[in-house]
Design a binder for this molecule. Structure first.
Ligand SMILES: [Cu+2]
Length: 124
């Protein structure tokens, strides 16, 4: 069962990497977040069988930014999220349903996708 193996691997990695972020170890394509200005903490979990991750990003040219400074991924594909002025968050998948945290936005996206793959947001 690939999902179970994956979950176990994640748990093991998290246990081994007490200080280093497991997300960094498992997602080498993503840049390390070196500084963040009051951004929410990173997260990494399996929600409804899908891996959701979030971490502060320095906007190092990976894609256009709205000043969010925070990157969210669903199964390794970036989910474009935006922070509203009041501190709530939305994503491209649920633009009109603000939620309190990036993790909540990631979970809402998983709910919304209903198992569909997330397509990479077109970079320009
Ligand atoms: Cu955008």
């Amino acid at each position: 069962m690939p999902e179970l193996t994956r979950r176990r691997a994640m748990t093991t990695a998290a246990a081994l990497a007490a200080t280093a972020s497991a997300a960094t170890l498992l997602a080498p394509a993503a840049p390390a977040a070196e500084h963040h200005h009051g951004a929410p903490d990173s997260f990494d979990e399996v929600y409804k069988g899908r891996r959701i991750q979030g971490r502060p990003s320095d906007g190092g040219g990976r894609h256009h930014e709205h000043g969010g400074g925070y990157a969210v991924f669903v199964d390794g594909v970036e989910l474009h999220v935006m922070r509203n002025a009041d501190g709530t968050w939305i994503s491209v998948v649920s633009h009109y349903d603000p939620v309190p945290t990036p993790r909540a936005a990631a979970r809402a996206a998983v709910d919304e996708l209903q198992g569909a793959e997330l397509l990479p947001f077109p970079a320009n």
